[in-house]
Design a protein around this ligand. Structure first.
Ligand code: PNS
Length: 164
């Protein structure tokens, strides 16, 4: 049983994240999508809302035989991954600029827990510029985010920001 964790802020989940999950499904029997609880950040969506959105949109992923679930965690990712009995962590890489930070994290995580591998997956070119941060900025400034996030995310963002 190959179980992987796909950790992230997912504030909000983008089509780029869903693309990575779909790709990860080709490698793993089970992927736990894990929302990090970070008390230092002021997110747009609460952890509960993000979990709810992820559970909703993951039904649209072509997962094949891969089992998908949604969870959240606080503290060290490596401790969480060990608790979950996972063998790997999946991270998406969009551009070379992501690589530096991701490499740093992967090596630190390896030092903390050598039994867990980090697997980098390349996102589709179509989403190579899509990030949760830019999606929020464009939306806040009145720009269109259609096609970059699942429809439910767009709708919930409109509701949250009173643009129902
Ligand atoms: O979607 P993000 O914000 O890029 O995800 C970052 C995440 C959640 C993978 C990273 O912040 C993380 O692993 N946080 C948990 C705390 C931890 O283990 N920190 C040490 C990382 S080397």
């Amino acid at each position: 049983m190959r179980r992987a964790i796909y950790p992230g802020s997912f504030d909000p989940v983008t089509n780029g994240h869903l693309d990575i999950i779909g790709r990860g499904c080709k490698l793993f029997d089970e992927i736990v999508i894990a929302v990090v609880v970070n008390p230092d950040k002021r997110p747009l969506f609460s952890v509960e809302e993000r979990r709810e959105i992820l559970s909703e949109v993951m039904t649209g992923i072509d997962a094949g035989d891969c089992l998908l679930s949604v969870d959240s965690f606080e503290g060290l990712l490596m401790e969480y991954a060990m608790r979950k009995d996972a063998g790997a962590v999946v991270r998406g890489i969009r551009a070379i600029s992501d690589y530096e930070y991701e490499l740093q994290m992967a090596l630190m995580n390896r030092r903390l827990e050598p039994r867990i591998e980090t697997v980098f997956m390349m996102s589709a070119e179509d989403y190579s510029y899509v990030s949760s941060r830019l999606v929020k900025e464009v939306f806040h400034l009145g720009g269109s985010i259609r096609g970059l996030v699942p429809e439910t995310v767009e709708r919930r963002m409109r509701e949250k920001l009173g643009r129902g």
